[in-house]
Design a protein around this ligand. Structure first.
Ligand code: NAD
Ligand code: UDP
Length: 336
């Protein structure tokens, strides 16, 4: 039985689908502060398998202990957390509370139940301003905002925990830019309000919900002047978690990137999305967004060697799948 915190969210729901498909049983522990029950209902519908759902907050240690014991969980995949960089600057305490204290309580609950197998969602944001590209796992770490700092603190907390008790089995996964949706078009990313991220914003422009894309900066030292990122299909990313779980068959604490290794510019994404949707994406060039880096892409070779995992889906597939999700669910999970 795999215990998935934040399993109703964007990456969590895709991972639950892959886990169930692979024959695992799943308990989702989620407060629904940034997700809908409907995502889990659809995962059940797609797989024909049930998900055990416990509604709760990861800061509620007794509730976690109770669920871990009741369902005899053998591993935890920990997605639950807040993830908006801008919001974290405005509400740092909410981010440290939810992400850092929440993870601390989860780890304490696990320890008290004798469960020491964990996959943690970290982020490429822990690399800060890239000193060299592609980003290898040994690149120096730094954070430029409270969200990133919460991930860094948790990574350090996990290393301390492992040093204190080397029977823990911990995988720290640093995601690059997850995009796209399941190929069924039934589950996908459902941002509340105006999307901060490029791909959901572009999808909403393509469908006519927003007038135009603002491209934040075209004077970066990149081939076309717009920012470059390592976009990774969410289904590839989800599968990386199953590979990480497979590796956690012995005590260790390892860290790996999950990315494709390829950097695409904002204009590359716009062109691919136009091709995928057959719609034009009007855009306007605007000044750089504060805090953005010019380029960020992974060296994916450690994941290849260590997890025997590599991303398979290309940018056009990411856009085709994001577009299918957008057209079938113009208002996200609230469409039905
Ligand atoms: P998401 O917001 O869609 O999912 C997070 C889930 O956690 C939601 O279902 C939310 O309701 C739940 N949650 C939040 N706080 C909770 C709490 N205190 N108790 C219980 N449930 C809680 O986000 P996502 O995109 O699926 O991201 C999952 C994880 O991956 C997060 O930790 C995020 O920081 C990390 N990550 C995401 C990205 C990205 O671009 N999406 C990139 C790097 C890392
Ligand atoms: N971006 C943009 N317009 C938007 C959203 C994003 O030009 O409305 C750019 C942003 O400057 C960056 C890239 O798209 O170069 C990816 O941004 P996103 O927020 O999706 O990811 P992150 O910056 O967190 O890597």
């Amino acid at each position: 039985m795999i215990f998935v915190t934040g399993g109703a969210g964007y990456i969590g729901s895709h991972t639950c689908l892959e886990l169930l498909t692979a024959g695992q049983e799943v308990v989702v522990f989620d407060s629904f502060c940034n997700s809908h029950r409907e995502s889990l209902r659809r995962v059940e519908e797609l797989t024909g398998k049930p998900i055990i759902l416990v509604e709760g907050d990861i800061r509620d240690q007794p509730a976690i202990e109770n669920a871990l014991r009741t369902y005899k969980c053998s591993a935890v995949i920990h997605f639950a957390g807040l993830k908006a960089v801008g919001e974290s600057v405005e509400q740092p305490l909410a981010y440290y509370d939810n992400n850092v204290i929440g993870t601390h309580r989860l780890l304490a609950a696990m320890a008290s139940c004798g469960l020491r197998r964990l996959v943690f969602s970290s982020s490429a944001t822990v690399y800060g301003e890239p000193q060299h590209l592609p980003l290898t796992e040994d690149h120096p770490l730094s954070a430029t905002n409270p969200y990133g700092r919460s991930k860094l603190i948790i990574e350090e907390m996990l290393h301390d925990l492992y040093r204190s008790d080397p029977t823990w089995q911990i995988a720290i996964l640093r995601y690059f830019n997850p995009v796209g949706a399941h190929s069924s078009g039934r589950i996908g990313e459902d941002p509340q309000g105006i999307p901060n991220n490029l791909m959901p914003f572009v999808a909403q422009v393509a469908i006519g919900r927003r007038e135009q894309l603002m491209i934040w900066g075209n004077d970066y030292p990149t081939p076309d002047g717009t920012g470059m990122r390592d976009y990774i299909h969410v289904v590839d990313l989800a599968r990386g978690h199953l590979k990480a779980l497979e590796c956690l068959d012995r005590p260790q604490c390892f860290t790996t990137n999950l990315g494709t290794g390829i950097g695409y510019s904002v204009l590359d994404v716009v062109k691919s999305f136009e091709q995928a949707s057959g719609r034009s994406i009007p855009y306007q060039l605007a000044p750089r967004r504060p805090g953005d880096v010019a380029s960020c892409y992974s060296d994916p070779s450690k994941a290849k060697q260590y997890l025997n995992w590599a991303a398979e889906k290309d940018l056009l597939t990411m856009c085709v799948d994001a577009w299918r999700w957008q057209t079938q669910n113009p208002n996200g999970y609230q469409t039905e």
